[in-house]
Ligand binder design. Structure first.
Ligand code: ADP
Ligand code: MG
Ligand code: MG
Length: 880
């Protein structure tokens, strides 16, 4: 029979899939002798089966729970619901992958009218018992009974106002008794009946509510954003309560073994005396820095630091830990791998290698390639002279510029529409997650740096400034005030999540700087990866940037824009409108030196490395006015009887426009098709390339490995003819110069037919570069702009398609075309050099495929080169 419930002593770290991260972590700590309150765990499998059965528990589950409860009562010498020595429990969710604050926790289960006196007597602290009771009613009421949280919040606020209490802790025992009475009344009203208080029944319903919270909307948003499967389910941990709210020698808190924002090895944590865990993690109160605990609770503090170091050594990774101190005695409530920013991921990985805690390969596996993206984002100019409007807690680094909004829904909606907004809230709550995801950053007046929402913001790389003292939010008037300054809905602010500063207006940002830790880690990736990494660049500055970021050459140098520049357009028009070969030759002769200069600039930056130049892939109509505009112009001249010479010229242009007008330019005279019509164009380009390479050799003593690429080939005859044109021109140039220069000629594979007949094409190609952007368009038969602005979003949302195929390659379809191209190409030419240009070359998930298919290199935008270097190493490690 399946076992659905495990005692604390029967679990360990390796049972994470079954016990969830929290359950396994608690069991592991207990087995290492760390003080952990006794507990049992209901497995993720029990949750999954319950979901599959439409909410009905597996038959044996409740029996197992009551048996485990009996064993727990036996071990603790306490009994749930007893009027002497009552057992109080927490009921906590815990999935396999941690989802901070996304599901529900219920504390103090077991407190009731019957047990509250015993609880107070035993603690010698009546106030504490009633404080626990009112907390229980609101948590249970919200989570299990589904009563809106504001019902309880409003009642608490009203009572505080009546009693003139600033803080919750200012309320007296009598006040709390009054509050409990009001809470019970409210709950009964909401539920239309009496507040039930059978603790065993409450336990059953609490476990059930935790199962259900797996499917709540914020958990769903979180799973989607983090690619966590909805089928995994959550475990439920039922644990004896320890009390941080027993007075001033009791406390609760959260810590990270290293700074999760920066990765620096330093004390990073927060605590509150006389409080329960939710006060800290739910951002209800702004907690105190952990360092201050040394004064207040020195012994517990020392024990905590000791445990913290032990756990980090044991897990060999940064831990996110929760603790409670009851009457000076320390208990650990959680340890899990700490969520961290990219900067912290890199810093901790790099430091831990230096400390000998982990190997370089382990370090690589600890960093998500996509995380590196975060680091490449701009920051506030360090020389900024604008003074901050306010300073709060630096809860998640990075710069955010956006207009102020006050609701998560609005942030989600406007953010999704591409607007830049900053979400301003009273406190950081996990319920806001959909807004956080779409905002540039988050600003809160309350809450600390270890609150769930701050943890989540760091995980998403969203800048966050929390707990700004003196910031007053006025929702009614949609504005906030700070030190007399009023900031309205729609005003622009800038946040610096690294310093906690808030500025009015949009501050200037500077590009991200790559530090030593970053370079370290990426250089370790270089030791592991097999794929080469090149960049796509069409000018000198981009080429220089690419090289600085570690590109090993250029995988795609487009030449279209070289024809587009304003000083070239007249010559270009001349070429297109040419009526004779001589006219066309003249125009091309004008263009050649300009192209050569462009190539020289790029080749100078890339000397010593390969540069792949793609010959013109023309949207020819883009060089000419639109058919409609030109027709109107001609009509106007005809009607007004203008200058006959002008009219003749415009008519001639119109005729050309008509001739070049295509129904479907994407599938029209593109790629080498134009070169087939006008061979003098590729010839001119080949000459310009060779002249440039020779000029750089002459000047610099070194030049690039020239690769000349024929675009959009579908037929063997096309590559055969184009290759001949290029080779003839190159040989002629070399002969004229009396020089030798190695070069290769190849093609882009971007049409399904080309992939399918790759063996025929390979005969005339020294290399293939898979143009996966066009291959996706032509392979799936969708135009990118139309798809991305239209149906594709729906497809992704509705799960018709897993992800945008222009961002991550469609493995089954387009990926298969690449595989066929590789196989057929290499079958006839084993030494055929294979690369990918197109945005997939910088996408970690796509890089995995390219590694598997055995390509030689990927090429991506300069900016993504470090990510690609890193992802290529990860692909090797994942393949092992
Ligand atoms: P999450 O996974 O969302 O962090 P937790 O299950 O860790 O949720 O619970 C939230 C808070 O409840 C924690 O901060 C913790 O301090 C508190 N808590 C949970 N179990 C106990 C317990 N047995 N005794 C005291 N506090 C507890
Ligand atoms: Mg929780
Ligand atoms: Mg927790």
């Amino acid at each position: 029979m399946t076992q659905y419930v495990y005692d604390l002593a029967d679990g360990n770290a390796s049972m994470k899939p079954l016990l969830g991260g929290k359950g396994a972590g608690l069991a592991e700590m207990a087995s290492l002798g760390v003080p952990v309150p006794d507990a049992f765990t209901v497995t993720t499998q029990a949750c999954v089966e319950t979901m599959n059965r439409g909410g009905e528990w597996p038959e044996s589950l409740w029996g197992e729970v009551t048996e485990a409860l009996a064993r727990l009562e036996e071990r603790t010498g306490r009994k749930l619901g007893a009027t002497e020595k009552p057992l109080l429990l927490s009921v906590r969710s815990g999935a396999v992958q941690s989802m901070p604050g996304m599901m529900d926790t219920i504390l103090n289960l077991g407190v009731s009218d019957e047990t509250v006196d015993a609880l107070g007597r035993e603690a010698g602290n009546e106030r504490f018992a009633w404080d626990s009771y009112r907390r229980f009613i609101s948590m249970y009421g919200e989570v299990v009974e589904g009563i809106a949280s504001h019902v309880f919040e409003d009642a608490l606020a009203a009572l505080k106002l009546e009693k003139g209490a600033e803080q919750d802790t200012d309320l007296t025992t009598e006040d709390l008794k009054e509050l409990v009475a009001r809470y019970k009344k409210l709950a009964s009203d909401e539920l239309g009946g009496e507040w039930s208080s059978d603790p065993v029944e409450q336990l059953r319903r609490a476990i059930d509510a935790v199962f259900k919270s797996w499917l709540n909307p914020r958990a769903e948003v979180y799973r989607k954003a983090n690619n966590i499967s909805a089928d995994l389910g959550t475990a439920v941990n039922v644990q004896q309560m320890v009390f941080g709210n027993r007075g001033e020698t009791s406390a609760t808190g959260v810590l990270f073994t290293r700074n999760p924002s920066t990765g620096v090895k330093e004390l990073y944590g927060e605590f509150l005396t006389n409080a329960q865990g939710e006060d800290v993690v739910a951002g209800i109160r702004t907690p105190r820095p952990l360092a201050e605990m040394e004064q207040v609770l020195p012994e517990a503090y020392a024990a905590l630091l000791d445990t913290m170091n032990k756990m980090e050594q044991h897990y060999r990774d940064m831990q996110d830990m929760e603790f409670t101190i009851e009457n000076g005695e320390l208990f650990m409530l959680q340890t899990r791998t700490g969520k961290r920013t990219a900067a912290a991921a890199i810093k901790t990985a790099s430091d831990m290698v230096a400390e000998g805690l982990i190997t370089k390969e382990e370090a690589l596996q600890r960093i998500e390639p996509a995380q590196l993206d975060q680091l490449l984002h701009p920051t506030i100019d360090p020389n900024n002279t604008v003074t901050a409007l306010a300073t709060g807690l630096p809860a998640s680094p990075g710069a955010a510029v956006g207009t102020v909004v006050f609701s998560a829904d609005e942030a989600a909606e406007r953010g999704e529409n591409g607007e830049k907004v900053v979400l301003v809230r009273f406190e950081t709550t996990p319920d806001d997650i959909h807004g956080v995801l779409q905002a540039q950053g988050v600003l809160t007046s309350h809450g600390g740096m270890t609150s769930h929402a701050a943890v989540v913001a760091r995980g998403f790389g969203k800048p966050c400034v929390a707990g700004v003292p003196g910031l007053r939010i006025d929702l009614e008037n949609q504005q906030f005030t700070i030190d007399g300054t009023v900031v309205k809905h729609g005003d622009t602010v800038t946040l610096d999540g690294g310093t906690g500063e808030v500025f009015l207006g949009a501050l200037a940002l500077v590009p991200a700087q790559i530090n030593d830790d970053f370079s370290n880690v990426v250089s370790w990736a270089d030791e592991v990866r097999q794929l080469g990494v090149r960049a796509n660049a069409d000018n000198g500055p981009d080429a220089a940037k690419a090289r600085e970021l570690g590109a090993e050459g250029i995988g795609l140098c487009r030449t279209e824009h070289m024809f587009m520049a304003a000083d070239r357009l007249p010559a270009m028009h001349k070429m297109i409108l040419a009526e004779t070969d001589e006219e066309r030759a003249d125009a091309l002769a004008e263009i050649l030196p300009m192209q050569q200069a462009d190539f020289e600039a790029i080749f100078t930056e890339m000397k010593g490395l390969p540069v792949n130049v793609r010959l013109l892939d023309p949207p020819l109509h883009e060089f000419l006015p639109s058919l409609v505009d030109q027709s109107l112009l001609v009509q106007k001249l005809e009607l007004t009887g203008g200058d006959p010479a002008e009219l003749a010229a415009e008519r001639k242009t119109l005729a050309q426009v008509k001739r070049l007008h295509e129904q479907n330019p994407m599938l029209g005279t593109r790629g080498c098709r134009l070169a087939m019509l006008y061979p003098e164009i590729p010839e001119m380009q080949a000459r310009a390339i060779i002249r440039a390479a020779l000029a750089v050799l002459e000047r610099e003593g070194e030049t690039v490995e020239v690769e000349i690429m024929i675009p959009l080939v579908a037929l063997q005859a096309e590559i055969k003819i184009q290759r001949e044109i290029v080779v003839d021109a190159v040989e002629d140039e070399l002969e004229l110069a009396g020089k030798e220069l190695p070069y290769t000629v190849g093609t882009m594979i971007e049409l399904p037919r080309a992939a399918l007949v790759a063996d025929q094409i390979a005969k005339y190609a020294d290399f293939f570069s898979f143009g996966t952007n066009d291959l996706t368009q032509t392979g799936i038969g969708i135009s990118r702009d139309d798809a991305e602005n239209g149906f594709l979003g729906h497809y992704v949302d509705d799960g018709v398609i897993k992800s945008n195929p222009f961002a991550t390659i469609d493995v089954d379809g387009v990926g298969e075309l690449v595989r066929i191209g590789v196989e057929k190409g290499r079958a006839v030419k084993p030494e055929l050099k294979l690369g990918v240009c197109g945005e997939h070359g910088g996408d970690p998930a796509s890089i995995e495929l390219f590694q598997k298919l055995g390509l030689d290199y990927v090429s991506c935008s300069p900016f993504r080169v470090p990510i690609a270097r890193f992802a290529a190493a990860r692909a090797v490690l994942n393949q092992r």
